[in-house]
Every structure is written in C-alpha cells, then in structure tokens.
Design a protein around this ligand. Sequence first.
Ligand code: HEC
Length: 184
Amino acid sequence: MKQVLCLVFVAVFMVACSSDSTDPAPQPSAPAPAVKPAEEAVQRATETAQQVVEEVVEKGQELKDEAGKYVEKTSETVAAKAQELEVGAEKLVQQGSDRLAALVPSAATFDQGSSIYQQNCRSCHDSGMMGAPKIGHARYRADIDVLVENSINGVGRMPARGGNRNLTDDQLRAVVEYMVEKSK
Ligand code: HEC
C-alpha cells in the first residue's frame, strides 16, 4: 500500500507542477482574471489527482485479487505435487516390503535346508559315501522335481528321506533346494 501512496503523491505533484508552469504565461497580459485560471488549475489538479487516486486504488485492488488467485493456485499446485510425491513414496515402500517379504521365505528355506542337511544328509553327501553325489556334482543340475522325488522315495543306494522317516516332503524339498543352490 506504501507504493500506491507514493504513486499518488508523485501524480499529484506532477499535475500540480505542470499546471504551475503553464499558468504564468497569460498573467502579464491579463492580470485581473489571473486568479480565476489559477483557481481553475488547482480545481483541475485536484480532480485529476482524485481520479488518479481512484484509478490507483482500483488497480491496486485488482492486483490484490489477482495475487490472491495466484497464491491460491500455487498452494493448490503445491498440495497436488505433495500428494503425488506421497503416493509415489508409498508405492516405493510397498515395493520394498514386497521384495523383502519375497526374500524372507527363501532365506528361511535356505536356512532350514542347511540345518536339515547338516543333521540328515551330510554323513553321506559330504564324503561321497556309498557313491552319494557331493555338493557341486552335476547331478544337482537335473530337474529339481526329480531330485526331490528321488530324495523322498530313495534311489539306488540312497535311502528314502535320507533314512529319516520324520522328514516331511516340504522339508526334503527345502534341503534339496539348499543342495542345488550350494552346487551352483
Ligand atoms: C546313507 C547315505 C545317504 C544319506 C544319509 C543321504 N543320501 Fe542322498 N544319496 C545317497 C546315494 C548313495 C545317492 C546316489 C544314489 C544313486 O546311486 O543314484 C544319493 C543321491 C541323492 C540325490 C540325487 C538324486 C538324483 O536323482 O540324482 C539327492 C538329491 C539326495 N541324495 C538327497 C539327499 C538328501 C536330501 C538327504 C538327507 C535328507 C540325503 N540324500 C541323505 C546316499 C545318501
């Protein structure tokens, strides 16, 4: 609002000065009516100044409204952008936890397979006893379903379930997966 007031002062000042400078010309030739034109000039200047003030105030109001709209729009845009970012971040978190969730069971299976191997299979498969293929043997590159099936039912001199009837099919699959993984 200070700028607007300054503008008004400058405008009034300029109008006042310009009427002053035109006034002295007719004075010497007609000294009597000199007061009247001066009064009229002041009157005109006042009216012009008033007009200028009104225009400036009007313009100021317009600008203020415009600025208000702009601020509203900007904060809406910022809010929308923030919303977008939040949704994106949520998606990333979801993806991250999905991946983690996918990794946890396979890590658990590997762990389970490892401990079952140590307790039930190592005795033959670490040493190659009775011709048991050691870890890293080409036979572990065969179809995993066949390997699991042979572990469950036994094959050749390989006893069914490695000789431990308490091992479930799932546990045997876990340990075979472990052996296959370690053979890579
Ligand atoms: C008593 C010794 C012995 C134990 C204990 C044993 N295996 Fe074996 N395993 C063998 C022998 C011997 C073979 C090779 C069989 C053959 O001649 O085809 C074999 C083969 C395998 C094969 C390869 C099968 C194929 O199709 O090529 C897998 C897989 C296997 N064993 C898994 C296991 C698992 C899992 C355990 C533990 C739960 C286990 N074994 C415990 C002796 C053993």
